[in-house]
Design a binder for this molecule. Structure first.
Ligand code: BES
Ligand code: ZN
Ligand code: ZN
Length: 458
């Protein structure tokens, strides 16, 4: 991450960027020469959010940048600039309107992201010089977000179950954590039947990846991520439009891995477990069929009503295993349902929690760090939508009503009563480019959850 540098180490005096709005435009103008004010007028700069004016000095050199901002949205206020301003060093002018300076800088760094695995960078990012403390706080958050984006953007051929395992192993090595995995039939030997059932049709073996780190005496926190490296739907095959972006169905795993990295980097006093069930939901002669019954690790029998509701299946064995260790908190991330997107749209992960105080704490942290999430209810009466005529329950019922809730209720069946659990049903994707939010893979709810863990255990 090179889009932020420490103010002190800036080679030349960085160009000041003054963030302003309509109410403060007159004051901003007073700081300019008559010629510069005229230049502002010639450019029609009116300080509306998104408006930018590069102001020259008397020699035609860049002297100052004026940017119109929405003071309620610090994060995206300057986020378009690293890819639009001329390459060089800038700093937020102290005369700017009041903004959350940390969020401004974070937005800048997030706006400088480019995915360069398969082609060269389009250009160098302009650099923002910030205080040393800001840089130290933001660097891990930016790197974690970039990690999620890189993992999600990478196509399945280069991001299969083994690649996710390699990513966890690399992370484990960097932080002296223990990494263990169950591959293929080892999943059956050690009783992870549902992960195996979903992943067995792929030529790339299904796995469960486990990382453990931290003092054994510290409070146990377990992070779980849906690692479906590609979701064809299985025999209940998705139509082309629905399948097109399903390389991103490991987005939950990407979030859990990145959050584990943040926890270890910050050296939070927790006993951390990261669990990634990593599979491809593929089609083959041995694919799991609709109508089959799987006896899950948690002991519940599950009728496979639809092979495309595979995320909750791989997660249920991971959650059951997680619960066996009696953690103080379980957090899972999953690109679980289209229904969550119908309910909340692409930008708001749905939060489910079996503990109101925990949910409120999570929402407060989300608000503090401008990483929005929205709570949906674990509405127990809807459990009947998953009734099966021959098994304990089905993985999805005939009704498509409340699809995000029924998915969460399915998973809740594998969490013992009273064990604190948060579930984030996330999109992990930007459909188009916006300031600070480039098209493609995206971290959503990651910073909110890190803020929560930092507050609870830091
Ligand atoms: N991975 C999908 C959910 C998904 C789809 C997330 C599109 C984000 C964007 C999941 O495995 C799935 O296919 N869910 C089905 C469940 C249904 C069969 C009950 C869905 O949401 O349609
Ligand atoms: Zn699916
Ligand atoms: Zn899926």
């Amino acid at each position: 991450m090179s889009a932020l540098i420490e103010l002190r180490s800036s080679r030349h005096a960085p160009t000041p960027i003054e963030a302003t709005d309509a109410a403060h435009l007159a004051a901003a103008r007073k700081r300019l020469s008559a010629a510069q004010r005229s230049w502002l007028d010639e450019n029609g700069f009116d300080a509306k959010p998104g408006g930018v004016c590069l102001v020259p000095d008397a020699n035609g050199k860049l002297a100052r940048v004026l940017v119109g901002v929405d003071r309620q949205d610090s994060l995206s206020s300057l986020a378009a600039l690293p890819m639009t301003l001329p390459v060089g060093e800038y700093t937020l002018a102290p005369e700017s309107v009041a903004l959350n300076v940390e969020l401004v800088a974070l937005g800048w760094a997030l706006g400088a992201y480019q995915f360069t695995r398969y082609r060269k960078a389009k250009r160098d990012a302009a650099v923002l010089a910030v205080a040393a403390k800001t840089l130290a706080t933001l660097t891990p958050l930016v790197e974690a977000t970039y990690r999620v984006r890189d993992l999600v953007n990478t196509p399945t051929e280069d991001m299969g179950p083994k690649h996710l395992a390699d990513e966890v192993k690399q992370l484990g090595k960097a932080h002296k954590a223990k990494v263990r995995e169950w591959v293929g039939d080892e999943l059956l030997d050690d009783n992870f039947p549902t992960i195996h059932a979903v992943g067995r049709a792929s030529h790339r073996a299904p796995r469960l990846i486990e990382l453990t780190w931290g003092k054994t005496t510290a409070p146990k926190v377990t992070l779980v991520g849906k690692g479906v490296c590609f979701d064809t739907g299985g025999l209940d095959l998705k139509p082309s439009d629905g399948m097109r972006w399903m390389k991103k169905d490991m987005g939950g795993a990407a979030h859990a891995i990145a959050l584990a990295g943040l926890v270890m980097e910050a050296n939070l006093p927790v006993r951390l477990t990261l669990l990634i069930p990593a599979v491809e939901n593929a089609v083959s002669g041995n694919a799991m069929r609709p109508g089959e019954v799987v006896i899950t690790r948690g002991g519940h029998s599950v009728e496979i009503d639809n092979t495309d509701a595979e995320g909750r299946l791989v997660l249920c064995d991971a959650l059951a295993y997680a619960a066996e260790q009696k953690p103080a908190l379980i957090v899972d991330f999953a690109t679980l349902t289209g229904a969550a997107r119908v309910a909340l749209g692409p930008d708001l992960p749905a939060l489910f929690a079996n503990d109101d105080a925990l949910a409120h704490a999570a929402l407060a942290c989300s608000n503090d760090v401008a990483d929005p999430i929205w709570r949906l209810p674990l509405w127990r009466p809807y459990r009947k939508l998953l009734d099966s005529y021959l098994a304990d329950f089905t993985n999805t019922g005939a009704s498509r009503h409340a699809g995000a809730i029924t998915a969460a209720l399915f998973m809740e069946r594998f969490i013992p009563d009273g064990m604190p659990w948060l579930h984030l049903d996330t999109y992990a994707w930007n459909d188009g480019d916006r300031p600070g939010r480039p098209r493609g893979g995206e971290a959503m709810g990651l910073r909110a959850m890190f803020a929560l863990l930092s507050k609870r255990y830091g």
